[in-house]
Design a protein around this ligand. Structure first.
Ligand SMILES: C[S@@+](CC[C@H](N)C(=O)[O-])C[C@H]1O[C@@H](n2cnc3c(N)ncnc32)[C@H](O)[C@@H]1O
Length: 205
């Protein structure tokens, strides 16, 4: 058992030191994406504790489905586990799909993106931790590893796919998505970027 697995965590019982900052981060992420979420059916891929989805559900009154490869859910929202490859919902089942700080944790980010597109009717909202320099990338990896190991009792797959903004934009273009908006949530060590992507070009104008 590693040191991180011995720590009290979100998935264990009792309060956790990270709960307040994680809830604050969820509120910040929600505020950034709220103007772009189209309802009424919303899928949150890589939902972790489910706190962003809970805000979408409570404040926007949309039907939110949580999806993840590990069960860290702390909400009453419907939650599905899956194999990390084939999303267990039919084509076009959701109006908006959120993929927030998740693609860099996926074993095959392009495969998850293809599946997210398949189950979405209109819009994907993707947030990513990006970097500009090689030292910046190593700092991001270190910060992400420590926070998410504590947060998930080392259950969360390691972040192996950090990319630059230009690289993510190329991935989205290649997947046939249309960029409607791009925003920075933070620009320090954690260069947190929101990409709002439409499946149909006319919606992106
Ligand atoms: C850093 S957390 C992000 C949680 C939340 N979306 C947020 O913005 O705070 C990354 C999440 O992605 C999940 N994840 C990893 N691989 C995945 C995959 N292939 N499909 C869906 N979720 C995955 C992890 O289990 C974890 O809950």
């Amino acid at each position: 058992m590693t040191l991180f697995q011995k720590l009290p965590t979100e998935t264990g019982s009792g309060p956790h030191l990270l709960e307040a900052p994680l809830r604050r981060a969820a509120r910040q992420s929600f505020r950034a994406v709220q103007p772009f979420v189209l309802g009424p059916r919303v899928l949150d891929v890589g939902s972790a504790e489910g706190w962003i989805g809970e805000l979408v559900s409570r404040q926007m009154h949309h039907d939110v489905q949580l999806l993840d490869v590990v069960d860290m859910n702390r909400t009453e929202l419907p939650h599905r586990l899956y194999d990390g490859n084939s999303i267990p919902f039919p084509d076009g089942a959701f109006d908006t799909t959120l993929v927030m700080l998740t693609l860099h944790h996926c074993t095959d980010p392009e495969a998850v993106l293809r599946e997210a597109i398949r189950v979405t009717r209109s819009r994907l909202i993707i947030t990513e931790s990006t970097y500009r320099t090689t030292p910046g990338r190593w700092m991001l990896w270190l910060m992400d590893s420590v926070v998410n190991a504590c947060r998930s009792r080392c259950l969360m797959p390691e972040a192996l796919h950090f990319r630059r903004v230009t690289e993510w934009r190329a991935v989205f273009r290649e997947a046939g998505l249309h960029l409607r908006a791009q925003r920075h949530l933070s620009r320090g060590l954690h260069r947190h970027v929101v990409f709002v992507l439409d499946l149909h070009e006319e919606d992106a104008r």
